[in-house]
Design a protein around this ligand. Sequence first.
Ligand code: 5GP
Length: 146
Amino acid sequence: MSLYGDYDPQNIFAQIIRGDMPCYKLYEDDDVLVFLDLFPQAYGHTLVIPKRAAARNILEIDADNLARLALAVQKVARVLADELQPDGVQVAQFNGAPAGQTVYHIHVHVIPRFSGENLQIHASGKADPAELEKLQARLVPRFQDL
Ligand code: 5GP
């Protein structure tokens, strides 16, 4: 069952944390890593993950890492809101395949939402790398003081 099971250290986000796989990183400290989603549901779709917690989901993560994750999510939402000026900010977190989870290292989606756009729940495709690079260059300076 996808809600229960062993943590797989080879999951894609664990590989990104270890530096074995690349990502469009916006911010990193001892506790969290913040990077752009490769298959964005909207412009600025960002993921926030804990670095020290080998937890698949919210049922497993310890309170300390969860608290640090939640604080980082709020900061990320504020930075994205300030820089991208969306009309809304969606914060989402899925646990188990039936709930929409596809990567089994706990993560939080922070998705700027813009009036007039469909509330896209699934990405329409992989983002253009050049666009992600441009967005990363725009956002990284805003994350300096996170
Ligand atoms: P979930 O559906 O598990 O909550 O979300 C997983 C997210 O990770 C999806 O939004 C998906 O687009 C994103 N994703 C999957 N593989 C990669 C990857 O290799 N790099 C990045 N940056 N995002 C990924």
